[in-house]
Design a protein around this ligand. Structure first.
Ligand code: PBG
Length: 344
C-alpha cells in the first residue's frame, strides 16, 4: 500500500476507486441512502391556551400558534391526515391561574387536562397523545419545580418537594387520556416517582418519554414566548451544562433504570454528539427535540431569503435522524410530512 505523495492518483489506481459512482443519479442515491425519514418518526409539539377565542400566533415561531380547543382539534386532524403518529401538548394557563405550586397542572379543569380529554375523546387511539409533565407553565415564578430556601437562605428549586407534584400532574394527565407522559423538569428521580404513581393509580399502560439529557439552553428562548413564561433567571441549577456529555449518559442510564420507555436528547442540532452517544448506549427508543430556537433560526433565515426553507428543514431532520434519533419532536412536523409524502 502506498500513502501520501507515493499514492497513486484515482486515475492511476488499478482499483480506480470512485465514490462518486454511488452519487451519479437520483435512483442511485435513493438506492444507497442509509437513513430514511418517515412522517411516523415526527412528533408535533402543540400549545393550547386558556382564555383565547382565536388561535394566537407566536411571533418568534412563524407558523406556530397557541391553539384554542377547537383549533387544536382541527390541527390534530391535519397531523393525522399527513401520517403523524404523536402530538405533544403544552398548556398555557391564564396568568391569574398560576400559583407558587403550579396547581392548575393537576386541576382536571386546567387547560392542559381539558385539552388532553378533548383530544382523547375525539381521536381515541388514532394518534398518540403525549403530555408535557412539568410545572413551569403553571407556576407564577416560572420554574419547573417548587421553590424553597436552603440552610444558608438561598432560594432553590426543591427537588424532593417537586416530585409529589409531578406525580399528581402525571396521574391527572393519564386520567385525562394521555398515552404518553413526558417529564421535562430535570428533577432527580422524577421518572421512578412518576412510574410508581401511575402504576398505583392503575395506569401501568401509560408510557413515559423522559427528557433525559436536557441542557440549560438559550435555544429555548422562543418557547418561553410561546407559553408566556414567568421565568426570571435561568434553569442552570437543574438543566445540564452544555460543556458536559458524561452526565447525559448517566442521566440516560438512570432514567432507563427508573422505567423510562423512551429517552430524549434536547436540543437536537447543537447536541448531535450527545444524541449519537446516547443512541449507541440506550436499550429504549431515543427521541430528539428540535427546539423552538432551532426552528426560529431556520425560519428567520428563510424569511430573509438566506436559506432555502424546505431544504434546510429536511436536511436538519435527516441529520438528527442520522445521528441516532428514532423519534424527532419538531415544529416542522406537518410541513416535513407533506414533503415526505410528495404532496408539496
Ligand atoms: C419545560 C420545557 C421547555 C421546553 C420544553 N419543555 C422549556 C424550558 O425548559 O425552559 C422547550 C421546548 C422548545 O424550546 O421548543 N416544560
Amino acid at each position: 500500500m502506498l500513502f501520501g505523495k507515493e499514492a497513486m492518483s484515482a486515475a492511476e489506481s488499478q482499483l480506480n476507486r470512485r465514490p462518486r459512482r454511488l452519487r451519479s443519479s437520483k435512483q442511485m442515491r435513493e438506492f444507497v441512502a442509509e437513513t430514511q425519514l418517515r412522517p411516523a418518526d415526527l412528533i408535533l409539539p402543540m400549545f393550547v391556551a386558556d382564555g383565547i377565542d382565536a388561535p394566537n400566533p407566536i411571533v418568534s415561531m412563524p407558523g406556530v400558534v397557541q391553539h384554542t380547543l377547537d383549533s387544536l382539534v382541527e390541527a390534530v386532524r391535519e397531523a393525522i391526515s399527513v401520517g403523524i403518529r404523536c402530538v405533544d401538548l403544552f398548556g398555557v394557563p391564564l396568568d391569574s391561574d398560576k400559583d407558587a405550586e403550579g396547581s392548575a397542572a393537576w386541576d382536571k379543569d386546567g387547560i392542559l387536562n381539558v385539552a388532553l380529554r378533548t383530544l382523547r375523546r375525539e381521536f381515541g387511539d388514532e394518534i398518540l397523545i403525549m403530555a408535557d409533565t412539568c410545572l413551569d407553565e403553571f407556576t407564577d415564578h416560572g420554574h419547573c419545580g417548587v421553590l424553597s430556601t436552603d440552610r444558608f437562605g438561598k432560594v432553590i428549586v426543591d427537588n424532593d418537594a417537586t416530585l409529589p407534584l409531578y406525580a399528581r400532574m402525571a396521574v391527572a394527565q393519564a386520567e385525562a387520556g394521555a398515552h404518553i407522559i413526558s417529564p421535562s423538569g430535570m428533577m432527580d428521580g422524577q421518572v421512578a416517582y412518576i412510574r410508581q404513581a401511575l402504576d398505583q393509580a392503575g395506569f401501568s399502560d401509560v408510557a413515559i418519554m423522559a427528557y433525559s439529557a436536557k441542557y440549560a439552553s438559550a435555544f429555548f428562548g422562543p418557547f418561553r414566548d410561546a407559553v408566556g413564561s414567568s421565568l426570571q433567571g435561568d434553569r442552570r441549577a437543574y438543566q445540564q451544562d452544555p460543556a458536559n456529555i458524561r452526565e447525559s449518559l448517566l442521566e440516560v442510564d438512570l432514567d432507563i433504570d427508573e422505567g423510562a420507555d423512551f429517552v430524549m436528547v434536547k436540543p437536537a442540532m447543537p447536541y448531535l454528539d450527545v444524541l449519537r452517544e446516547v443512541s449507541e448506549r440506550s436499550l429504549v427508543p431515543v427521541a430528539a427535540y428540535q427546539v423552538s430556537g432551532e426552528y426560529a433560526m431556520l425560519k428567520a433565515a428563510a424569511a430573509q431569503g438566506w436559506l432555502d426553507e424546505r431544504q434546510v428543514m429536511m436536511e436538519s431532520l435527516m441529520a438528527i435522524k442520522r445521528a441516532g434519533a428514532n423519534q424527532i419532536l419538531t415544529y416542522f412536523a406537518v410541513d416535513a410530512a407533506r414533503v415526505l409524502r410528495g404532496e408539496v
